[in-house]
Design a protein around this ligand. Structure first.
Ligand SMILES: Nc1nc2c(c(=O)[nH]1)N[C@H]1C(S)=C(S)[C@@H](COP(=O)(O)O)O[C@H]1N2
Ligand SMILES: [Mo]
Length: 432
């Protein structure tokens, strides 16, 4: 089984729309007005939302025992992970997507973290959880969950991006929503033990240079991990955003491999074998290789390049408020460090403006950016471009295709374009 075997384009042709740069009038004046003043107190007529009695102020609400584990407001039912049924043959070896257009800040709530399973969710009894370490070690060891909790632990916020994120967009604009074009990502605060401490406890032999990390799900998913990365910043994590990992995110223990492809973040981690060379995984050729236009292949491309996307407005989040004061909202991340700057364009990449980064700027974590402007009601071609702490600049999709050709699926970090129509509707398009 090809572990990243997502059937792109199944039953669906890319509905690509191309726009010529500059074909549309630049649609926004950039100086944002200080006050929108859209809701000046109306002199005529009383607002029923203010003067009428409402159910919530005329009777008691639910008491403190109503929801021992709380849920979002019932008005937020539309905020959901979503699946694309034609993408995979079944839902067990499948993927769903984080609703990026419905979130803000930098933390993904646990219940909205996208899921990627190769054999469905393993429901592990924590009392029967074991982590074995064997191979080129001084002492072969087995840890219970309680044993792991006795090591010094750390907290870090990291993004996890599936390497297939935006893969459906290689051949042109296809998915009409940022949830589907960019939603194979989540950003969570992990609590866990540095993998280095567990390796030190077992004592690694001098010729050891690779680890095999293995999951306890029916897929028994394995990956080869270079020792250098394992000793650097990997975590054996048991908490996300303060609480136990969700079952779908690897409960009770998953591997965290900061900045690297999501497929290496083994969930339901049960075994670490220490060796002196990478293992041959059945899906090796497809997994580690990105075929380029000249026939050469990129190998061992685990680090994720800097990327960004505008989450609002976007096709699932149209500009319903009309012209005037508008907030453009988005996220950026890099597997190589922090985000130094994000530029945004309203005219398909002709003019660029510096966006405002807001919130913590953490290593290998999502960053939040905003750009406020006055929308004059004409067409916009929205783009964002991330620059990371190494100076790397997010490329255009055409620049990526010029190097890697059109056969790639993985590592699509190209600049995304949204077309905003005068009616406020938004479409996924490309400009050239
Ligand atoms: N054991 C196990 N680990 C796994 C997988 C899996 O199917 N089984 N899927 C991998 C892939 S391809 C990705 S992108 C991430 C997804 O993590 P998430 O489900 O928390 O989003 O987990 C990785 N770890
Ligand atoms: Mo993945």
């Amino acid at each position: 089984m090809d572990l990243e075997n997502i059937k792109y384009f199944k039953g669906k042709k890319p509905t690509r729309r191309k726009f010529l740069r500059g074909a549309l009038l630049a649609g926004g004046s950039v100086a944002a007005s200080s006050v929108a003043a859209t809701h000046a107190l109306a002199s005529s007529g009383a607002d029923p939302a203010i003067v009428d009695k409402q159910p919530w102020d005329t009777r008691f609400g639910a008491g403190v025992d109503a929801a021992p584990y709380g849920l979002p407001s019932p008005y937020e039912v539309a905020v959901q992970r979503r699946n694309v049924p034609w993408l995979t043959a079944d839902t067990v070896s499948s993927i769903n997507f984080t609703p990026l257009h419905q979130l803000d800040g930098i933390i993904t709530p646990n219940g909205l973290c996208f899921e990627r399973h190769h054999s469905g969710v393993a429901e592990i009894d924590p009392a029967k959880y074991r982590l074995m370490i064997n191979g080129l070690v001084e002492r072969e060891l087995v840890f219970t969950l309680e044993d792991l909790m006795r090591f010094p632990r750390e907290n870090h916020v990291y993004f996890l991006e599936c390497v297939a994120n935006s893969g459906m967009e290689w051949n042109g604009a296809q998915m009409n929503g940022v949830q589907f074009t960019h939603g194979m990502i989540h950003n969570v605060m992990y609590t866990g033990v540095p993998l280095r401490l567990i390796l030190e406890e077992a004592g690694i032999k001098t010729n050891a240079s690779w680890l095999l990390v293995e999951g306890a799900d029916a897929a028994g998913m394995t990956r080869s991990l270079p020792m250098e990365k394992a000793l650097d910043d990997c975590l054996v994590a048991f908490k996300m955003n303060g609480e136990a990992l969700r079952a779908e995110q690897g409960y009770p223990v998953r591997l965290v491999v900061p900045g690297w492809e999501g497929n290496m973040w083994i969930k339901w981690l049960r075994r670490i074998e220490v060796g002196d060379r990478p293992w041959h995984h059945r899906e090796e050729t497809s997994r580690y290789t990105d075929l380029m236009a000249d026939g050469r292949a990129r190998r061992f491309t685990w680090e994720l390049d800097a990327k960004s996307v505008i989450t609002n407005p976007s096709p699932q989040a149209p500009l319903t408020h009309g012209r005037g004061q508008t907030v453009l909202n988005g996220v950026a991340w890099s597997g190589r460090g922090t985000i130094a700057r994000v530029d945004v364009s309203l005219d398909g990449g002709i003019n660029w403006h510096t966006a405002r980064l807001s919130g913590p700027s953490l290593d290998k974590s999502m960053h939040r950016f905003y750009f406020e402007f006055d929308w004059d009601g004409s067409d916009l071609l929205l783009q964002s471009r991330a620059i990371d702490s190494t100076g790397y600049v997010q490329p255009t999709k055409d620049a990526l295709r010029a190097i890697r050709g059109k056969n790639s699926v993985y590592h699509n970090n190209g600049i995304q374009t949204w077309l905003v129509n005068p009616d406020g509707g938004v479409e996924n398009v490309e400009v050239s």
